[in-house]
Design a protein around this ligand. Structure first.
Ligand code: FES
Ligand SMILES: [Fe+2]
Length: 401
């Protein structure tokens, strides 16, 4: 890869410039040589067992051994600006949450459940409040989660401590997102260490410079791993998305890279060489990066927007997804283009979901014991090996798992 001396672009055009720029030259070289190329470690083929997508015991094993040991995505915090701002977060299969801005630098997350008798405390999606008042019997709680008043206080000779505050969820902030800390106490765990191998790149996206454009939720009738697998390979683009993405994506060139347990795919769009020559500072508009934040969060850096999607397992064959779409604040003037970029991708995503739901149905009835992945799908083998390491399987089993 050669070095490029271009003026560092600012604003939306400069997102991930340090990552995109050297790869742009590399891809252009490959295009010049008319090469089809997948840059990846030579890892060989990989096989994964069908039972891992359809078996209740395996799903239970993941619930017990995986999700409690890793940080879980909660929400981006771009909409929480002033003290007292809040959002409510509802993900099927998880406790409803309130995210509340408690001081200039911190957000707290509480279960959106009244400790008196379990009613939902806050019904609005977002707002700004000094106090949350429960609609059932009107107990009120401060935006820091403490009981302010219980109506008809004399009826309670005492209120034990556990009823005096909302159940708080242990969270930390990274990349302008809130992450729930592992449920199992682990003094050695740190979010800093968990993201260390990929921290610089995700920080370079500059989420604090982005604003939330919209968000979308969807239940997909498929195992969560099938959805993640779909995002971390572009091998399917030329076939499944032949009429949607394929006309603009190069589709023959990509780089697959691992950063500890996380992963990244980079790929050029068809006009990259032309744009690089005429307006090198606009390289970002002709490249795409997809990141996997292990194991179930996808970040996509698209030409005119950035998205964060997370896939939450509800049951062995149901996954709840939420996608947050962002645009760079400097791209506000071209927000219509950004909006089109979002819609264009959303349509392609429906093609994915339809195909994946069909795969799930097939896996539930077919007799095949395993599935096959080639080197263009190398990040998938990597994902399964990293999952297996947490699920305590031996390396050999993991490779076949
Ligand atoms: S359940 Fe909330 S005040 Fe009674
Ligand atoms: Fe796709």
């Amino acid at each position: 890869m050669s070095d490029t001396t271009v003026m560092l672009p600012e604003g939306g055009e400069g997102v991930l410039n340090n990552v995109f720029s050297p790869y742009a030259d590399y891809f252009i070289d490959m295009i010049g040589q008319r090469n089809t190329h997948i840059a990846t470690e030579p890892v060989g083929i990989y096989e994964s067992q069908v039972k891992h997508y359809i078996c209740q015991d395996y799903f239970d094993h993941e619930q017990k051994e995986l999700w409690k040991k890793i940080p879980q995505f909660i929400a981006p915090i771009q909409t929480l600006e002033k003290i007292g701002d809040f959002i409510t977060v509802d993900y099927q299969g998880r406790v409803p949450m309130i995210v509340s801005k408690v001081d200039d630098n911190h957000c707290a997350v509480f279960e959106n459940v009244c400790p008196h008798r379990g009613a939902r405390l806050e019904h609005n999606k977002e707002g700004c409040k000094k106090a949350f008042v429960c609609p059932y019997h009107s107990w009120s709680f401060s935006h820091q989660g403490h009981l302010i008043a219980a109506r008809w206080r004399e009826a309670f000779p005492e209120i034990p401590d556990q009823y005096r505050s909302l159940n708080s969820i242990n969270v930390q902030q990274r990349f302008s997102m809130l992450w729930q800390m592992p449920g199992e106490p682990n003094p050695d765990f740190s979010l800093e260490h968990w993201f260390s191998a990929i921290d610089e790149q995700i920080s370079d996206i500059g989420f604090e410079q982005h604003q939330l454009l919209n968000s979308r939720e969807r239940m997909i009738n498929a195992n969560w791993k099938l959805l993640i697998e779909n995002f971390i390979e572009y091998y399917h683009v030329q076939s499944l998305h032949r009429n949607s993405l394929a006309p603009t994506l190069n589709g023959q060139l990509y780089s697959l890279d691992s950063f500890a347990q996380h992963g990244r795919i980079l790929t050029p769009l068809k006009n990259l060489a032309q744009v690089r020559q005429q307006t090198p500072h606009k390289t970002r508009r002709e490249m795409v990066a997809t990141y996997l934040l292990f194991p179930n969060v996808i970040i996509g850096v698209q030409p005119y927007h950035v998205f964060v999607s997370f896939y939450h397992p509800v049951s062995v064959n149901q996954t709840w997804s939420k996608t947050f779409n962002f645009i760079h604040k400097a791209d506000e003037g071209i927000s219509e283009v950004c909006q089109l970029d979002v819609e264009y991708l959303a349509e392609a995503l429906e093609e994915d979901y339809e195909a994946i739901e069909q795969v799930q149905r097939n896996l539930e009835t077919c007799t095949a014991p395993s599935l096959l992945y080639g080197e263009a799908e190398s990040l998938i083998g990597q994902l399964h090996r990293n999952l297996a390491a947490i699920l305590h399987q031996s390396g050999k089993e993991a490779n076949r798992a």
